[in-house]
Structures are given as C-alpha cells and as structure tokens.
Ligand binder design. Structure first.
Ligand SMILES: Nc1ncnc2c1ncn2[C@@H]1O[C@H](COP(=O)(O)OP(=O)(O)OP(=O)(O)O)[C@@H](O)[C@H]1O
Length: 246
C-alpha cells in the first residue's frame, strides 16, 4: 500500500526538554492508527509535528503529497471565540480556506458539499445558527465536518472522546469506519477499549514510539513498550486483559 507520510528519526524538545526521541512512523493509505500513551507522553506533540504545526528539532518528514495540504485535523481543544459572529455553515466552509485563492468566494458546489456532510453528521438543521449557540458536542461535530470538507487523505483526531457527547460517541466511530474507506485516520484516545475495537494498528507514545502492527495488545507488550497505561475494556473488544486476582 502507498505510504502517505513518513517520519524518520524525529526528535522534539520544548525548552531543551526532550519530549520525542528518535520517532519513526509510516502512515499508509487506509491506515487506522490508534495512538495511546500516558499523560504528557508526547502524543499531541507528535500530531502537531505530523500536521506541520511544529517543526522537529531533527529528523525528516516525508509527505507523499509534498506538503500537509491533504490533512484534516481535529485538535484536542478548539480555541474558538464563541462570540465571533459566524454561522455553522461558514465554519464548515472555512475548512476550504487554504484551498482557495485569497478572498475567493465559495462556489455552489462548495456549499452543497458542506451541506451534504453536515447532513451526514446530523447537524444540517444547525447550519444557519451562530456557533455561539451550540453545545460542546454540537460544536465538535461542526469541527469534524470542517476537518473532512476538503476530502483529506489523512484525518487526525486528538482525543475526540473527551468532548463528544455520549450519544455521538458510537456514531462517531461508525462515521470514522466509513471515512476510513477513503482516507487514513490517526486517533489519540485514552479510551483504550473503544479505540482497540476500531483501529487496525496501535502506536504507544511515551517519549519514544513503539509501533504495534495489530489492534490486539496485551499488558505485557505495553510493559515491554514502556507504555504505562491501564487496559480498560468494554463492549466487543477482541482481546481482554484481566488483572490477576490476589
Ligand atoms: N507548549 C509547550 N511548552 C512547553 N512544554 C510543553 C508544551 N506543550 C507540551 N509540553 C510538555 O511536553 C510534554 C508532552 O506533552 P503532550 O501534550 O504532547 O503530551 P500528551 O501525550 O498529548 O499528553 P495528554 O495525554 O495529557 O494530552 C508534557 O510534559 C508537556 O507538559
């Protein structure tokens, strides 16, 4: 399968404090990679490097498209001024900004595409509302539409389950399974049980990155990867790890 993006020996530090060391990672078409790891392990930093928001201290990033224009990114915390007078439809359309000439107008096709997506994600009825009127969960659906309106080759989601309401969580993963037929997905989550039942491969990030070419992982492997997280499972999970009884 074609490689979309490759990180080679990437290192990153904030103020001389090393956060990522010698990270190697290949993202191929139709990958569905789950990134797990302890708090402060460097997951968000890694995503920001992949998106191009942070430049690595050393190492190489090789993108098939030559740049990061075909990446859709749903950050962990969306900093948006809720008082800013902008409609839901315009927020979704703003995902196309970098693909347009400066001051270019949105075409009818752009609008139809945005509306079709909003209908798929269940927010079409909100299209003329001001973003300040939305709940957190509704706002996140809007941002998901904005991230995919460009038909990205790679969609990146940073802990979507921390802000998505429970009703939408199951639906979100169904949508992601569908989207994965057209694009690669990287998702960071602390809800290990839920992501394990959807992702195809797993990376444990705790300063270094350990790649696991399957969605079945055991506590022993996590220990070997130096990735101290609890395996919490619920629902239909392909592999369960139970703590020993004392
Ligand atoms: N802008 C910044 N300046 C300085 N240090 C930072 C900055 N952003 C993150 N860090 C530090 O870098 C380390 C990695 O942070 P990062 O947010 O990438 O981890 P994470 O694995 O995403 O954590 P979490 O699971 O808590 O979201 C942490 O020790 C964090 O405190």
């Amino acid at each position: 399968m074609n490689t979309l993006l490759e990180l080679k020996s990437v290192n990153y530090a904030y103020d001389h404090k090393i956060v990522l060391r010698d990270v190697n990672l290949k993202i191929r078409e139709n990958d569905f990679l789950g990134i797990i790891g302890p708090n402060g392990g460097g997951k968000t930093t890694l995503l920001k490097i992949v998106v191009g928001l942070l430049k690595p201290m050393s190492g190489e990033i090789i993108a098939r498209d030559g740049d990061n224009s075909r990446i859709g990114y749903l950050p962990q915390i969306n900093q948006i001024d809720k008082k800013f007078p902008i409609s839901v439809l315009d927020v979704v359309l703003s995902g196309l900004m970098s693909h347009k000439k400066l001051f270019g107008r949105y075409t009818l096709q752009n609008r139809e595409k945005a509306e079709a997506l909003m209908s798929r994600i269940g927010i079409e009825h909100l299209k003329n509302k001001n973003i300040g009127e939305l709940s957190g969960g509704q706002l996140q659906r809007v941002f998901l539409c904005r991230a995919i309106v460009t038909d990205p080759h790679l969609l990146i989601l940073d802990e979507p389950d921390t802000y998505v309401d429970q009703n939408f969580e199951g639906e979100l993963y169904e949508i992601l399974d569908q989207l994965n037929k057209q694009m690669a997905i990287i998702i960071v989550s602390h809800d290990v049980g839920t992501i394990f039942s959807h992702v195809k491969t797993i990376a444990c990030v705790n300063k270094t990155l350990c790649y696991h070419d399957s969605n079945i992982i055991s506590s022993e492997q996590l220990k070997a990867y130096n990735c101290p997280i609890d395996l919490i499972t619920h629902g239909e999970v392909p592999h369960r790890v139970l703590k020993h009884h004392h």
